[in-house]
Structure formats: C-alpha cells, structure tokens
Design a protein around this ligand. Structure first.
Ligand SMILES: [Zn+2]
Length: 456
C-alpha cells in the first residue's frame, strides 16, 4: 500500500467531520479552508482509502507518494550526514537533519565550556522502550524561585524531523550570542544583546528537543511516516502498525475520551493499538516518553510557559484543544462530570471549555508575538488559533500543561502552545527537503526568541 499526501474536498462541514469519524483519515487538523464547492483539508491517505472517499463523493487531489518520497529524504539524510565531530553539529552550517545520536551529542556539546556557567544537562529518568536515555538542557545564569521558567519540547512525533533541529539551533544561537555579547538578527528582526543577556540572567529555559528518539530513529531509517513511539505491540497483534502509542494523546487530560466526549465528535484519538496514528495507550501517562515530558513540569515548578513543536500547517495554537473556549461559565469545565458525553462538538453550546478572559488575552498576545517574529524572518504568516478546530483532541501536552494549575491549585499556571511548523504545500511536509527546512528552522527560532523576550 502506498500512502499519499492528499487534499480532500467535502461538500460541507459534516462531510469533513466524517473523514475522521467514518473514513479514519489522518487530517492536518488546522488546514481546513472554505473553497467554492465546499471545504478542503490537507491529509494523508492510502490507495484504498482514496478510492472509498471518491466513491463517497469527495474530491481527492493526489499529491506525492509520501512513503516513496520519504525514502528519498532518508537517503539524502544518510548521504549528507556530517561526521560526528562536535564542530559538525552546528545546525547553522549543516546540510541535513541531525540523526538521533547527533541530537544527543549536540546537547552534550551545548553544556561544555564556555557555556557551562549558564547551561546544565538534565538526564530524564525514564529510558525509552528501546532503552535510550534522553537529555534536556536547563539554561539560565543565577537562581531564585521567582524566575519564570520557559519549557520547549520537541521530537514527540517521530516523523516530524525538524523539531529537534530547531531547538538545537535555538540553543546554539542563543548561547553563542550571550557568550559574545552580540545581537541576533533573523530576517528584519534583531534581538538586542541586552535582551539576550536579560533572558539568560533573569529566566530559566528548559529545552527537551528529542522526546521520542526510538520513533525518530525508526522514521529516519525505516518507515518515514511513523508517528508513534515504539512500545511493543500487545500480545496477539502481529501487524507492524500495532506497535507504538501516540505520545501526544497519552497525557492525563480527558485521556479516556470515550467517557468525556460526544460519541459523534470527530475527535482525532483512538483506543485501537493498531491505529497507525493516534492510539492513546493502555493508560494515561503510560509511556516513558510522556513521563519524561511531565517530569520536567514536576521537577521545575517555576515553569510557567510551554511550547511543544510539531508539524505541519503553519499554526500557533493556544488553549484549549478539547472544545471551543468560553469565559462566562466557570462550572462548564473539563472536571465537571455533568458534561461527560457532551464535549468535542464544534459550533454548539452544549459544551465549551472555560478559560478566564485575562488568560485568553495573555494566551493570544504571546501567540501573536511569535507570529510577528516568524513573519519577520521570510514573510510566512503563521495563523494564531485556538487548538480546537472542527477536530478536537484529548490527552495532548498543551491542554495537560495548562490544566495542571486547575486540577491542583498548588501548581503554577502554565501558558501553553503548540507550534505546527511548515507549509502543507511542501512535499513530505513532516520532513521537508533540507533547504526548505533551514528556512523553517530560522523562522521558528525567531518566534521562540521573541517568546523568551516577551514571557515574564
Ligand atoms: Zn506532531
């Protein structure tokens, strides 16, 4: 079976909802556009699925063969792979994606002298299913519980190759500018040396760039479209797609979605271990990769901002992802069992998720700050939107992070974002050809720098 990058047009919103509920299509949730004959969404689908969609009245525009072109991306990455010398791990001068070992090597190099006075490497406590150990960085000079913590996470979804590279580049650029007292210019935006000094000396940055190394390795060497981790398949399930859990459906936020959501909701989650994309796992936070990501919040209670890097769509998403926001009824919230079975329907009033007006204002403001810096890089305009689209989610990192202070008032409030970098117009948009990826690395780095300067 070949898997194609496609654009699907359905006659109305209900037809787009059916793509998920009836046809089990992997949609790019935030690419819905109104077109003259209906609504269009970017997606990936196999031959049989495409035939079934056409028979059901959808128009399907078939783009590249994602598996075949993914193999080409893998071959390019192998052919251009830099030798494992420390000086070859500079993302700025690299010709290709870092592999799993190179990301770890770059993390080790990033905390060596002269960076050691403001950068420490943090070992994550839970080895992955394939026994890999992950590391993060804590960047900041000085100490104090009042320092705002900013946490960047990447590499959760295996096939989204660029996120670890973005975060390594961000670290390399920031550390070098701080050491040399020089500004950083990306496109038409300049980050002053004084602003960089202030970020390092009055805030704590936590960078965990490669949360799912097993999946990344598998995607870069074997099956480019792989998304999940590499948890072994349950007994009796022999098909290859029955391995793995979607880490970004495994967090403890409305995790057991059939209990909480409207049965008609086009939620992009699955309880089937053999779902290729969005299997939620056997329990909330069952996976070592999820536990590691959560451990950072628990270990560094001053974290108050969180950005999880994903691809693709060119979006900056803010809370919430389970349903549309509302600021008028505090009792209508994810903890209230009276609303079980009602969540996750767009454009209705049966349930919407509560967020205070001041929080919403802050959430949108910081999203716009990132958008503007990204635009200044080469002109791409990322949409700032609520994470809920026609297609809701449960068990994701951003909703989990923002819900922590509501579930437990002793925990800090964490303003939380998901960035979906890269355009749906790119062939193999989860891992674009590297010349395009370089441009994306630059623009997202600009967004993250602006975020660090603004978050306080
Ligand atoms: Zn993702």
């Amino acid at each position: 079976m070949s898997r194609y990058h496609v654009r699907i047009t359905g006659k109305d919103v209900a037809a787009l909802a059916d793509l998920v509920t009836k046809h089990k299509i992997t949609v790019a949730r935030h690419t819905i556009e109104k077109v003259h004959d209906g609504y269009r969404v970017d997606a990936h689908a196999g031959d049989t699925q495409i035939k079934a969609l056409e028979a059901a009245g959808y128009q399907v525009e078939q783009r590249e063969d994602a598996d075949a072109q993914g193999k080409q991306r893998q071959a390019e990455t192998r052919a251009l792979a830099a030798p494992h010398a420390a000086n070859a791990l500079s993302v700025a001068t690299s010709n290709t994606y870092l592999d799993v070992d190179q990301v770890e090597a770059a993390l080790a190099a990033a905390c060596a002298a002269p960076n050691d006075v403001f950068t420490q490497r943090v070992k994550l406590p839970h080895p992955t299913w394939e026994k890999r150990t992950c590391h993060a960085l804590k960047i900041g000079k000085g100490s104090g519980a009042k320092r705002p913590g900013i946490y960047f996470l990447g590499g959760v979804h295996a096939r989204e190759w660029g996120s670890p590279d973005i975060l390594i580049h961000f670290v390399q650029l920031l550390a070098n500018a701080y050491i040399t007292h020089t500004p950083i210019t990306i496109g038409s935006r300049t980050f002053a040396a004084a602003d960089i000094k202030n970020v390092i000396e009055s805030k704590d940055l936590f960078v965990f760039p490669q949360a799912n190394p097993d999946g990344r390795h598998y995607s870069m060497t074997t099956e480019s479209m792989w998304r999940k981790n590499r948890r072994p398949a349950p007994a009796g399930h022999t098909q290859p797609q029955c391995c793995g859990v979607d880490i970004n459906r495994n967090y403890n936020f409305l995790w057991n979605f059939p209990q909480y959501f409207d049965p008609e909701s086009p939620i992009t989650n699955s309880t089937d271990p053999c779902d290729y994309e969005v299997y939620i796992g056997p329990a909330a936070e069952s996976e070592p990769e999820t536990k590691n990501a959560v451990w950072m919040f628990d270990t560094y209670p001053n974290i108050r901002y969180f950005v999880d890097l994903h691809s693709y769509s060119e979006d900056i998403l803010y809370s919430w992802g389970d349903d549309e926001d509302q600021s008028s009824d505090p009792a209508m919230n994810f903890q209230n069992p009276a609303y079980d079975g009602k969540r996750g329907m767009a454009h209705d009033k049966a349930y919407r998720e509560y967020i205070t007006t001041p929080d919403k204002t802050t959430a949108v403001h910081l999203a716009n700050t990132m958008r503007d810096a990204i635009k200044a890089s080469r002109g791409r305009v990322y949409k700032t939107e609520q994470a809920m689209s026609l297609y809701p989610t449960a068990g994701t990192s951003d909703d989990y992070a923002y819900s922590r202070h509501i579930v437990d008032a002793k925990k800090a409030k964490v303003f939380s974002y998901t960035i979906e970098w890269g355009s749906p117009d790119n062939p193999t948009p989860f891992h674009p050809a590297y010349p395009e990826m370089k441009q994306i690395i630059d623009e997202v780095t600009a967004g993250l720098l602006a975020f660090c300067v603004a978050a306080s």
